[in-house]
Design a protein. Structure first.
Lengths: 445, 95
């Protein structure tokens, strides 16, 4: 047992001889079971199908009573109205991951993200209008396929790791938006963006540094999260400018304007996980997302929502819920649809979509208490791995095996030394210069 | 780990695993040709050697990733069954 700062305890796997023997038997059993053809009853375990499944419509059930979410009710906005900041970073030179250097790196990483909100007509969340150097008439792509290819190539060149294109879906736009510079100014979406009628949403994602995130919760981990937001700010501002130079109006945004996760799911970038966040196939939870609303309408939208067994895996894994220091993550067996009655004391939850629901209040309270943005759930997730062939192999295997074996895989992840949170040695791994090439004379790894 | 400042550690590893795989195949051919070993024994031996090569690849990759516990576990969970299969196949094949 390991005691955490707040007295919450987590179980740690013991590695004695008896457990090693059990593990050997479990490993052999898993290998043998993997070779057995999947029975028809496996559909009970994975309702969405087998392997990577493409869907023609939004893959999560949405209640007919669903209402657009008001940005005013997000936990950050409601806490700010109570005088609680979004983050309350701390430093302590005697504490790994919280030294002055970690602290400064974390704050510095947010530079562009913070600046991007204060750039006048070029700000984030503002409509980028075609200007003096824009094409006199909006550029016409020869066909939708070319448009997809070129837009994605541009996004990649600007730095996006993943990009998807989807139709605008008003359900995922906030019903009301909060002015980022004036928290008390709340206006209906259609009034705030009067005359702007976007048809398409480009969703981009950028990865966080694996070793930095592994140090969660700490300023080291915060730095990669904030750095990803700054990178996203750069990407979506440039992407919005790309569209405005082509003659289309566009709005770049990170966490404002609309909800990122459903748009990312609709654009085929991943599946919803136990944390209620996006689980990307390649980057797992180690991804931050942003989007650009544009007026350009395509004849066809090729990116389809995908599922690849995350619901089954999350139902069997629970590492995020086990490691969450504030116990904010649901331990329910399966996702559910909350009604308005269910969330009457939790206005920060938007009811009407089948998912696992995160208690954002408990989560944010811990952010403030710990002096970090936590991120323990993201870092402990077995899908959060660096890009090595054996992790890609396991990801592939996980899409094909039935639920009970997901439990085995989740346990094996712990036995292999992953998912160990509150690890005071993790920041040292991040800072260790050994094996890195900074002058380009050698190749890393 | 870097090979001649040109290749990454993973690239160097897969090169040498390729060399080892070729040696394994040559060994199997030799056993069939010279020792007239049965196909069943060769299949068991091939499975064992393949498993051991996979374990080696996993372990080296884990070390490059700075996860030594994963390397140790691959030795126990993958290498040991591979060793058992290789020993069994070898004894069957070596008449």
């Amino acid at each position: 047992m390991k005691r955490l700062d707040d007295g919450v305890s987590v179980d740690e796997p013991r590695l004695d001889r008896r457990n090693l023997l059990k593990l050997g038997v479990a490993g052999t059993a898993a290998a043998l079971a993997s070779a057995v053809p999947v029975p028809a009853s496996a559909s009970i375990i994975r309702d969405d199908g087998f392997g990577v499944v493409f869907h023609d419509s939004f893959p999560q059930e949405v209640s007919p009573d669903y209402k657009r979410f008001n940005q005013y009710n997000t936990i950050f906005k409601s806490d700010r109205r109570r005088g609680i900041p979004a983050m309350k970073p701390i430093w302590d030179n005697d504490r790994p991951g919280f030294t002055g250097s970690d602290y400064a790196m974390s704050l510095a990483a947010s530079t562009l993200w913070q600046t991007g909100k204060r750039m006048g007509p070029q700000s984030m969340n503002a409509i980028y209008e075609p200007g003096k150097f824009s094409l006199p008439t909006p550029h016409k792509f020869p066909d939708a396929a070319t448009a997809h290819a070129q837009i994605k190539r541009v996004a990649r060149m600007f730095g996006a790791n993943v990009v998807g294109i989807t139709r605008r879906d008003e359900r995922w736009d906030y019903s009301h938006v909060v002015d980022p510079l004036n928290e008390k100014k709340v206006t209906p979406w259609e009034e705030h963006y009067k005359g702007f009628n976007p048809k398409t949403v480009i969703v981009v994602g950028t990865e966080m540094d694996y070793e930095a995130l592994a140090a969660a919760p700490s300023q080291t981990a915060d730095a990669t999260m904030l750095n990803a937001y700054s990178e996203l700010t750069y990407i979506v501002m440039h992407l919005a400018r790309y569209f405005s130079y082509m003659g289309y109006r566009a709005i770049p945004s990170v966490n404002d304007v609309a909800m990122n996760v459903p748009y990312a799911i609709a654009a085929g970038l991943g599946e919803s996980n136990r944390m209620g966040m996006l689980q990307n196939y390649h980057y797992g939870t180690r991804l931050r997302i942003a989007k650009v609303h544009i007026e350009l309408e395509l004849d066809e939208y090729y990116d389809k929502p995908v599922t690849f067994g995350i619901e089954s895996f999350c139902a069997n894994c629970l590492h995020c819920a086990d490691n969450c220091p504030s116990k904010s993550i649901s331990r329910d067996d399966r996702p559910s649809i909350f009604t308005a009655e269910d969330v009457k004391d939790m206005p920060f939850i938007n009811p009407g979509v089948r998912k696992w629901h995160l208690n954002g209040q408990k989560c944010h309270d811990y952010w403030i208490e710990s002096g970090s943005t936590c991120g323990t759930c993201l870092a402990t997730c077995p899908y959060n791995k660096p890009s090595f062939w054996h992790h890609r192999l396991i990801d592939r295997v996980n899409t094909m095996i039935p639920g009970p074996l997901h439990k085995v895989m989740a346990e094996m992840d712990l036995w292999h030394g992953y998912g160990n949170m509150f690890d005071e040695k993790a920041p040292a791994v991040f800072w260790d210069p050994k094996g890195r090439s900074y002058n380009g004379l050698l190749k890393d790894y | 780990m870097s090979g001649l400042a040109i290749f990454t550690g993973v690239e160097v590893m897969f090169y040498w695993l390729g060399v080892l795989s070729l040696a394994c195949v040559q060994g199997l051919v030799w056993l069939r040709w010279k020792m007239q070993s049965s196909w069943v024994s060769l299949a068991v031996l091939a499975a064992g050697m393949g498993t051991m090569l996979f374990a080696a690849a996993w372990a080296i990759s884990s070390i490059l990733e700075k996860e030594p516990q994963s390397a140790s576990m691959s030795m126990i969970v993958i290498m040991l069954p591979g060793l058992v299969l290789t020993t069994l196949g070898g004894r069957l094949a070596w008449k």
